[in-house]
Structures are given as structure tokens and as C-alpha cells.
Ligand binder design. Structure first.
Ligand SMILES: Nc1ncnc2c1ncn2[C@@H]1O[C@H](COP(=O)(O)OP(=O)(O)OP(=O)(O)O)[C@@H](O)[C@H]1O
Ligand SMILES: [Mg+2]
Length: 563
């Protein structure tokens, strides 16, 4: 075992101590667990074990195989403002350790029956017993390198606070959560947590975040996640986010880490959710695990007594980049829903892995010419609803309505913010009747309707006359689309969209798109697939469903016993 480089514990000068965000360190067993496990990580532990009795109310024990301390340091560590992690206030800039206040151990020891057992590599071990902050005993102890802290009778001497402890199950859950969060920051470190002898967490050291997520929550979540990897200027965003179609209204996991430190930041989570715009059903909350890395001087972690918040120099920049990062994770074709575990996790095993494996030029018009290229993928329409084609690594299956909806939605959003859509003047203007509420909806959306190509004038009473209409595809029925669109707008269908423009675009895209059950000829299929494959978010429709799914070749081989 290598000797971990170890800084000495020293008392902070008063002027440094005064600059540290101070407050209540120990609120409940989970905060003790958090502080002790953070200390273990700071000490270079490779394995951290947590034991609880009665939700931590009777006993909390955290053992690590980190650097340990010698006797002098161990004694000093129990004093307020004694730390090995910083010396001066400037050390706080870009601080890489979890700890820096020199507050946690003395705070815990002052409200419990506390025992610290520690030993450095090849050193004599030390056991210190502290009761209610008073050192009772300092003994030799024999142990391997590392530290074990045992906290009994938390708040035994402050009955008012002890009374506020919650039910065992609740305190246990909070402690599990504290370890879960830390386990996400360091997949390479083993974590275990037992509660009254029952193993609640058991995470072996892992190479990748996704493996740690699997150890914590199983395949059910893991298989729904896509990898995030995005950089803008000084900010790098990595992590895992959920495929839109698999997000649910409840039970999502939402975690934010800044420079490896867990923080609670609803704004960053919201920015991440904003990246799902137009891909998710209203009310669904995707799981997000976002790791932000940026230079130490661009963020201040010394703003919250429990270090649960961070302050960014440029918060709006950070939020914008997080949104872009999530959007970029949803964009690749490989973000399409896999019909097996093989292509799961979006981590590079799907039919579109490594970019578009269907060369787009093979779909383009000239390949329909007199001498078609030999490898032109053939498109097969099944059930007059789905279009299937082969890629290098499997079979892609597209829902023609959802796909067209996605394509039209992106067209319309461009048209609404640009010059509008090319409209077609109708040889015979249409006269249509509407209900009063629908006429109101037409009035309220007249400008948007004009931009997408519907030029409408009042006619008489409940009638309007339509002079021009959009022409998104040859089978488009201008009158029916307008009637359905206006009924949706008047009826508040597709509510939940925050942005009126997006809601309008999604509603129109839904009504204008080719429907399921329509037979398409080869040219129509080809055009749809080319346009889908060049869309910004091709794999997701605008209501939180997939527009395509992928069937990896490996899955076929597995099913047919070819592997
Ligand atoms: N598990 C451990 N292994 C090795 N050294 C430890 C361990 N726990 C604590 N120490 C030492 O004791 C010191 C005091 O720990 P304490 O948690 O009170 O403060 P801190 O970690 O420096 O700052 P903070 O109050 O922000 O946690 C640490 O700086 C570290 O040197
Ligand atoms: Mg600490």
C-alpha cells in the first residue's frame, strides 16, 4: 500500500476562520455521515464503510482506509478551526477537498459520545474518546492504516435537538441519500452502508459513472440514460440524462456536481430540463446527473455552511451551457430508444453509434437516378405506419407520423422566427365555419397562422375565408388541418407547454403531419427519412414519445443464438 501524502493539521488564524461560511454543521445523523465520509474521501480512502443503528440515532460508524492521522494531528483535529486542508484564505480559491472549515469533527464530538480511531501507514495507532466535547481518554490502538469514527447517542446532551430527530426509516433514508450523492462523485471508491445489520448500499469500485449508477439504482434507470459531454469556453458539462420518452412525472433523480462537489441548485436542474424543450410530455421530469467542471476562480464554494451551494461568477452562462449540453445529448440518432438492453445507456452500442452510419447521400435524389448506387438502403413501410431500414449496426424503425411531426416542428419554429413559410394561394378560397371560442382562438393566433401560411379573413358571422395555406406535403389537407389546429388551440389541448410559440408549432406539426395508416410511396419515404436524419432532434417526437427506435444487430444475433 502506498503512503498517502498527508498535510499536517493546524489551527487556522482567526482572520481566515472568520472568512468561512459558518453555521450548523450537524443537523441529523445524515449530516454526520456526510461529514465523516467526506473526510474519508479527503484522506484518499479507496473504500468507505458506513454502519448505522436505529437510523444513526444510536450509532453511526464510518471506517476508511485513507491516510489516517498520527496522535498529535488526531488531538488537534478535534479543535475548532483545525484543518490540514487550507492555511490561508486564498487557498479557498479552487479548493479541491470537501473539507476546509475545520468544523466537522469538533461539532460532532460536542454533541455525542465520540470515538476516533486512526493510524497512518506504519505508525502507532491512536484511540481518542470524547464525551460531549470533553476528551476522556487517549490510548494506543492497533489497526491498519485508516480511520474509524464512531458516534453514539447523537444529541444526547442537547435533548431539544434530539427530540427533532425523525423516525428511524426517515433518518436512514437521509443517510443513504448522503452516501449516494458522494458515491456518485467518486465511482472509483468503494462504498457500503449497513443499517441494523442490513446492507442498503454496496458499491464496488467502478471505472465509469454509469457503472456506479447501475450499482446504486439498477438497470431500470441505467438503461434509460444518455451520456452528456459538452464544453463551452471554460465550462465542461458531463454526466447522464434520461431519454425523453422514458422520463416520468415522479421519482426522478436530479443531481448537480460542481468541480466534483455535490450542490443543490434548482436553477441548474431547471436549465437541464429546458434542454428537453419540445421532446418531453408536459409534467414529465427527466433524471439528470450533471457534472460541471470549470476553473476554480469561476465559482465560490464557500457560501453555504454545509457547502450545499456554490456561487458562479457568471450564472447565466452556466445555465445556458447546461441547457445546450443536455440538448446536445438528446440530439444524436443514437439517442433513439433501443429495443433491447444492448443499445441501452446511449453509451455507444446502438445502431447509430459513432455517428450516422447510414450515409445520407445514399438517400438523396440522385441515388434514385438511372444507375442507383448498389448500397442504397431500401425502406420498408409496415402497417402503413412504420418505416424500417438497415444501418451498419442494426435496424432503425421510424414512426412516420411522429417523425414527420418532428421535422415539421423544427421547420415551423424556423419559419416563425424567420421569414415565415412559403404559402400557397388557393385557386378557390376556402370558406369555413367555426364556433365562437374557435373564432377567438383564430383572432389570438392570427399572426402565427399567417406566418405558417394561413392567410385568413373574416367572412360573415361564424365564417372565415382562407386565401392561402401551407403546403408541407402532397397529401396535406389544408381545411382539415386548420379545423383541427383551431379546435386544439381553442380547447387548450397540448397545454403545459410553457412557450406559446412552441405550443403553437407543436400543435400545428401534429395536425399537419402525415398520419399513421397512410401508404407512402418510395419517394415520400425517402424524403421523410432524409429530412428526419438531418433534423436537430431526430429521435424524439414533440409529445415525449420516440420518433424512432433501434433494433441492434447484436440483439437479433442474441435472439437467434448466433453469438
Ligand atoms: N477520516 C480521516 N482521515 C484522515 N484525516 C482526517 C479524517 N477525518 C478528519 N481528518 C483530519 O482532521 C481534520 C479536521 O477534520 P474536520 O472534518 O473537522 O475539518 P475539515 O475536513 O478540515 O473541514 P470541514 O469542517 O469543512 O469538514 C481534517 O482537516 C483532516 O486533517
Ligand atoms: Mg471535514
Amino acid at each position: 500500500m502506498s503512503v498517502v501524502a498527508r498535510a499536517r493539521v493546524q489551527l487556522l488564524a482567526d482572520n481566515v476562520a472568520d472568512q468561512i461560511a459558518a453555521g450548523e454543521v450537524v443537523e441529523r445523523p445524515a449530516s454526520v455521515v456526510k461529514e465523516l465520509a467526506e473526510n474519508a474521501l479527503d484522506a484518499g480512502a479507496r473504500a468507505i464503510r458506513v454502519e448505522l443503528e436505529d437510523g444513526g440515532k444510536t450509532l453511526i460508524r464510518v471506517s476508511d482506509d485513507g491516510s489516517g492521522m498520527d496522535r498529535d494531528d488526531a488531538r488537534l483535529a478535534l479543535q475548532r478551526h483545525a484543518t490540514s486542508k487550507i492555511r490561508t484564505a486564498t487557498d479557498l480559491i479552487g479548493i479541491a477537498t470537501f473539507g476546509f472549515r475545520g468544523e466537522a469533527l469538533p461539532a460532532i464530538a460536542s454533541v455525542s459520545r465520540f470515538e476516533l480511531e486512526t493510524s497512518g501507514e506504519g505508525e502507532d495507532g491512536t484511540r481518542l474518546r470524547v464525551t460531549g466535547g470533553k476528551l476522556d481518554a487517549a490510548e494506543e490502538s492497533v489497526r491498519q492504516r485508516g480511520t474509524t469514527v464512531t458516534v453514539r447517542g447523537l444529541f444526547y446532551n442537547t435533548p431539544a435537538r434530539r427530540k427533532f430527530l425523525r423516525a428511524t426509516a426517515t433518518e436512514t433514508r437521509a443517510a443513504v441519500e448522503a452516501i449516494t450523492v458522494l458515491a456518485l462523485t467518486r465511482p472509483d471508491v468503494a462504498f457500503s452502508l449497513t443499517s441494523d445489520g442490513r446492507v442498503l448500499l454496496d458499491c464496488p469500485p467502478a471505472a465509469r459513472l454509469i457503472d456506479r449508477v447501475h450499482a446504486l439504482w439498477g438497470a431500470e434507470l441505467t438503461d434509460t440514460l444518455l451520456a452528456v459531454s459538452h464544453r463551452a469556453g471554460p465550462l465542461e458539462v458531463t454526466g447522464l440524462v434520461q431519454r425523453p420518452a422514458q422520463a416520468r412525472p415522479a421519482g426522478r433523480k436530479g443531481y448537480v456536481f460542481v468541480r466534483g462537489r455535490p450542490i443543490r441548485d434548482p436553477f441548474i436542474l431547471r436549465a437541464g430540463e429546458a434542454g428537453y424543450r419540445s421532446t418531453i410530455a408536459p409534467g414529465d421530469r427527466p433524471s439528470l446527473l450533471l457534472f460541471l467542471d470549470l476553473p476554480g476562480d469561476a465559482v465560490d464554494v464557500n457560501v453555504h455552511p454545509a457547502k450545499l451551494e456554490a456561487r458562479f461568477r457568471d450564472k447565466f452562462f452556466v445555465e445556458r451551457v447546461v441547457e445546450d449540453a443536455v440538448r446536445a445529448a438528446l440530439a444524436p440518432l443514437d439517442a433513439a430508444f433501443p429495443l433491447s438492453g444492448v443499445g441501452g445507456s446511449g453509451l455507444g452500442a446502438g445502431v447509430f453509434a459513432g455517428g450516422i452510419s447510414v450515409p445520407l447521400e445514399l438517400f438523396s435524389a440522385q441515388s434514385l437516378g438511372p444507375s442507383p448506387e448498389p448500397r442504397t438502403p431500401s425502406l420498408l413501410q409496415v402497417f402503413d405506419t412504420y418505416i424500417m431500414f438497415q444501418t451498419d449496426a442494426g435496424v432503425a424503425i421510424v414512426d412516420q407520423h411522429s417523425a414527420h411531426e418532428r421535422v415539421l416542428y423544427e421547420d415551423v419554429m424556423r419559419q416563425l422566427s424567420g421569414d415565415g413559410a412559403p404559402a400557397q394561394r388557393l385557386l378557390l378560397p376556402l370558406t369555413l365555419d367555426f364556433a365562437p371560442a374557435e373564432l377567438d382562438a383564430i383572432d389570438a393566433h392570427r399572426e402565427l397562422l399567417t406566418r405558417i401560411g394561413y392567410e385568413i379573413a373574416p367572412f360573415s358571422g361564424r365564417s372565415i375565408v382562407v386565401h392561402t395555406a401551407p403546403n408541407p406535403h402532397p397529401r396535406f389537407e389544408a381545411a382539415r388541418c386548420l379545423q383541427e389546429l383551431v379546435a386544439d388551440l381553442a380547447g387548450g389541448r397540448f397545454g403545459g407547454w410553457q412557450n406559446r410559440l412552441e405550443r403553437f408549432a407543436a400543435t400545428y406539426a401534429c395536425r399537419a403531419a402525415i398520419k399513421a395508416g397512410q401508404t407512402l410511396d418510395a419517394g415520400e419515404m425517402r424524403e421523410l427519412i432524409v429530412r428526419l436524419l438531418t433534423a436537430t432532434l431526430p429521435a424524439h417526437d414533440v409529445h415525449g414519445r420516440p420518433s424512432m427506435v433501434q433494433l441492434p444487430k447484436e440483439e437479433l444475433e442474441r435472439r437467434f443464438g448466433r453469438t
